[in-house]
Design a protein around this ligand. Structure first.
Ligand code: IMP
Ligand code: MG
Length: 179
């Protein structure tokens, strides 16, 4: 299973520590708000489930699935909603929880889409950010870690649907997708 792992970038201990910090920060910021968390499937599932345990407030969660077409290590910018929310978000304090912001194309689209549903506030929390790759502007309010431009796997992130269950963030070896 670890054949294609080049190295561990962020180990389990660091992830847990940072998630606790983010949870504490969000708890503080949303004290008097009506927090509604949108988890972006599938990548953000592991991060979100750890994060919400660290948010000591009443909150609601819902899920969205989006897909960007194209080769599996590159985002094409064409975003499609595969699964939409079940709840209305009008008047709520919405926090999007995403695995990683790369080009920003996915989140840029999602943000505009959700904004049109008139939430009271709309913010973004992502586990990882690759700021050097940005093609579309996104304002990320909470970032777990900034990482260099490498394709990463684990802690929810996949390569061709595999490796999501690794408890750490690792770098996928170039040989894995050079073929
Ligand atoms: P963006 O639209 O380019 O910002 O891409 C966002 C989506 O691409 C993320 O939600 C991930 O699903 C996927 N993605 C981007 N970079 C990586 C990576 O390094 N590993 C795994 N998935 C990634
Ligand atoms: Mg993905």
């Amino acid at each position: 299973m670890l054949d294609h792992l080049e190295k561990i970038l962020i180990d389990e201990e660091k992830l847990i520590k940072r998630v606790k910090e983010l949870g504490a920060q969000i708890t503080e910021d949303y004290k008097d708000k009506d927090l509604f968390i949108i988890v972006i499937l599938k990548g953000a599932v592991m991060f979100a489930s750890d994060l919400i345990k660290e948010i000591k407030l009443p909150l609601a969660i819902d899920f969205m699935a989006v897909s960007s077409y194209g080769a599996s290590t590159k985002s094409s910018g064409v975003v499609r909603i595969m699964k939409d929310l079940e709840e209305q978000i009008e008047g709520k304090d919405v926090l999007i929880v995403e695995d990683i912001v790369d080009t920003g194309l996915t989140l840029n689209y999602l943000f505009e889409n959700l904004l049109s549903r008139k939430p009271r506030s709309l913010k973004v929390c992502c586990c990882l950010d690759k700021p050097s790759r940005r093609k579309a502007p996104v304002n990320v309010d909470y970032v777990g870690f900034n990482i260099p431009d490498e394709f990463v796997i684990g802690y929810g992130l996949d390569y061709a649907e595999k490796y999501r269950n690794l408890p750490f963030i690792g770098v996928l070896s170039k040989e894995a997708y050079a073929k």
